[in-house]
Design a protein around this ligand. Structure first.
Ligand SMILES: Nc1ncnc2c1ncn2[C@@H]1O[C@H](COP(=O)(O)OP(=O)(O)O)[C@@H](O)[C@H]1O
Ligand SMILES: [Mg+2]
Length: 226
């Protein structure tokens, strides 16, 4: 299996005024293509910081991050922007554009390189069908339930055929029954080959992943196959 993410001794220190906050204190993590891992840990343990680094939204203070074998610190701004497009993000608060329909939300995030308007539209519709929203494509976010909005966000994250999906508490803002449905969708995507890294604070949901990484105080304290 191909190594998609290889984090080597990642450290991240934020400065809070003059006070350094050590959010990550040496994280080593390898994720292979097709993996589905959950990241568990108490609030403040560094989960979001780790996800932001892996998603190339932020840079480590020390250590190395390789994506598909490429050290991201060697990339220029254009290359980094290109790489970011190939990473799918899903957040706790769905972050959809309110005045756009589900279809337009998905279509809009699609890279315009090499795709015509009609191809983008067709792809958006395919993705919405995959996430179970075939009959909701013309609805705006406010006309959808929380679970449905998260499905749109997942379709959007898949729009540019990402190398992997990063999910930060994807079920953190929906009820537990809907959360189970979302997890089964996520599992389903993984069975189709999508690589997934999912942060959660819910132990039950975490166990649905193939592998669970436990974070504590800026380090990985355990990494087990479920
Ligand atoms: N932008 C920031 N500036 C300063 N401190 C931060 C910033 N982001 C996160 N932190 C701190 O880093 C630590 C890890 O935060 P975070 O990665 O958000 O944890 P988690 O997602 O596990 O709750 C916490 O102590 C948090 O307060
Ligand atoms: Mg967090």
């Amino acid at each position: 299996m191909a190594l998609v993410v290889d984090a080597v001794d990642l450290k991240k220190t934020y400065m809070l005024g003059k006070i350094p906050v050590e959010a990550l204190r040496g994280v080593n993590l390898r994720v292979e293509s097709g993996d589905f891992l959950s990241v568990l840990g108490p609030s403040g343990s560094g989960k979001s910081t780790l996800l932001n680094l892996i998603g190339c939204l932020d840079k480590p203070t020390e250590g190395k991050l390789l994506i598909d074998g490429v050290d991201v610190s060697t990339l220029n701004d254009n290359q980094l922007a290109y790489l970011r497009q190939r990473i799918g993000f899903v957040f706790q608060f769905f972050n959809l554009i309110p005045r756009f329909t589900a279809r337009d939300n998905v279509e809009l995030s699609m890279s315009i390189v090499g795709k015509s308007k009609s191809e983008r539209r067709k792809r958006a519709e395919e993705l919405l069908e995959i996430v179970g929203l075939k009959d909701r494509m013309d609805h705006k976010p406010a006309e959808l339930s929380g679970g449905q909005q998260q499905r749109v966000a997942i379709a959007r994250a898949l729009a540019n055929d990402p190398r992997f999906l990063l999910m930060d508490e994807p079920t953190g803002n929906i009820d537990s029954k809907t959360a189970k449905e979302i997890i089964s969708l996520i599992k389903n995507l993984n069975e189709k080959g999508v690589t997934i890294i999912m942060v959660t604070h819910d132990q039950h949901l975490a166990r649905e992943a193939k592998r669970t990484v436990q974070m504590f105080d800026g380090v990985i304290s355990s990494d087990v196959v479920n």
